[in-house]
Design a protein around this ligand. Structure first.
Ligand code: PLP
Length: 393
């Protein structure tokens, strides 16, 4: 069979396009934080990871603009060679301090951070333990590592313990888990994971992509939420959500960060993140520290939306965070539902296999601190009308 045969046979997406329900790669013509313009029409954005609404904060934009003028549009090289700015180092210091860790390392994206850290640390003699619902970048990091990979069923700590117990006690072990699971909106049982890690001598890395700025008394993420900052080994985060930019970082012991600086291939062989992005993340971090009321507003909006959807009769699973997956079921039905909401002025994220099991398709609603009660009510009203039309509720 020719190499491209699979491409010629891939017709599914074209069928959905022809039916007029294709929900992906929708170009935004303008963005006003909680509202966007698509095909000339204003929509309420509840499909963004911009949890604290900082992408349009005047201080973030001013910092990005200033960096653009001071350093230019790009770094044109990797962190290892000509691509490290004083801004990257300032951000590393600030992040380490904020997270209560010794040191931090900034990568160009969160995806690259997971690839670099996992493949860089888990060598031939080592074992990696990964929750089956972890993000794709963790799955790919595991594929790139030379160690033995154990994938345990989502949240199943008994399985995790069985795998840990079977592993030679002297082997290096890393347990990696999302802090907030991105398709479920649920929080990992970190105390349970930590107690197994301590019993079996494993290190723990938490991917706080969705928890940074959202969970914890100061927005420090999952470990702060459980008051376990001094027990966790490594915190991974991305700048593409609460930090309103693009980039990623890992924080942990200085010796480990130093090692990764010299062994993480995505750091060494890919260009560093541009000045404006780093400056934006730095400014966003400062705002997270200075404006805790944003986090409170995010949780207010989250509770309102969750209560509203539940009282309309929707199944939102185990969600207890600003990520709210609304169960729809079969794929075609979900596409039609998505389009109904879209036409009513609401932008949600459709989630289909392989991200979720077959017939468990969902529309993911994500809240922002800058949504108003009026936005939440508008979205709930659209769900109420669409639900009646589609007989989902
Ligand atoms: C849990 C998780 N980890 C890692 C990433 C990758 O982050 P980035 O967008 O910075 O590549 C994401 C982004 O979707 C994520 O949700």
């Amino acid at each position: 069979m020719s190499l491209f045969e699979k491409c010629y046979r891939f017709t599914k997406a074209r069928e959905v396009m022809a039916a007029g329900f294709y929900p992906y790669f929708v170009p935004l013509e303008a963005s006003f934080d909680t509202e966007v313009i698509i095909h000339g029409q204003r929509k309420i954005m509840v499909g963004s990871n911009n949890y604290l609404g900082l992408t349009h904060h005047p201080k973030v934009i001013a910092a990005a603009e200033a960096a653009l003028h001071k350093y230019g549009s790009g770094c044109t090289g990797s962190r290892f060679l000509n691509g490290t700015l004083d801004l990257h180092e300032q951000l590393e210091e600030r992040l380490a301090r904020f997270l209560g860790q010794e040191s931090a390392l900034v990568f160009s994206t969160g995806f690259q951070t997971n690839l670099g850290v996992i493949a860089g640390l888990v060598g031939r003699e080592d074992h990696l333990f990964s929750d089956k619902l972890n993000h794709a970048s963790i799955v790919d990091g595991a594929r790139l590592s030379f160690g033995t990979v154990h994938r345990f069923p989502h949240g199943d700590l008994r399985s995790l313990e069985r795998e840990l117990a079977r592993t030679p006690s002297e082997a290096g072990k890393l347990i990696v888990t999302d802090g907030i699971f991105s398709m479920e909106g649920s929080i990992v049982d970190l105390p349970g994971v930590m107690s197994l890690a301590e019993r079996y001598g494993a290190e723990v890395m938490v991917d706080d992509a969705h928890a940074f700025g959202v969970l914890g008394s100061r927005g420090g993420g999952t470990a702060q939420h459980f008051q376990m900052e001094d027990r966790i080994s490594l915190v991974m985060l991305t700048f593409s959500k609460s930090l309103a930019s693009i980039g990623g970082a890992v924080a942990g012991p200085e010796d480990v960060i130093h090692y990764l600086k010299h062994h993480a291939r995505p750091l060494i062989f890919s260009a560093s993140n541009p000045p404006a992005s780093v400056a934006a993340a730095l400014a966003a971090l400062e705002i997270i520290e200075d404006e805790p009321e944003r986090r409170e507003q995010l949780w207010h909006n989250t509770r309102r939306m969750q209560e509203g959807l539940r009282s309309l009769g929707y199944d939102i699973g185990e969600s207890n965070t600003p990520i709210i997956p609304v169960q729809i079921g079969e794929m075609e039905r979900m596409f039609v539902f998505w389009k109904t909401l879209f036409d009513a002025g609401v932008f949600t994220n459709p989630v289909t296999p392989p991200a979720v099991p077959d017939n468990s398709c969902r529309l993911r609603v994500s809240l922002m601190a800058t949504h108003t009660d009026k936005h939440v009510d508008f979205v709930l009203d659209a769900f109420a009308k669409a639900g009646k039309r589609m007989a989902v509720t």
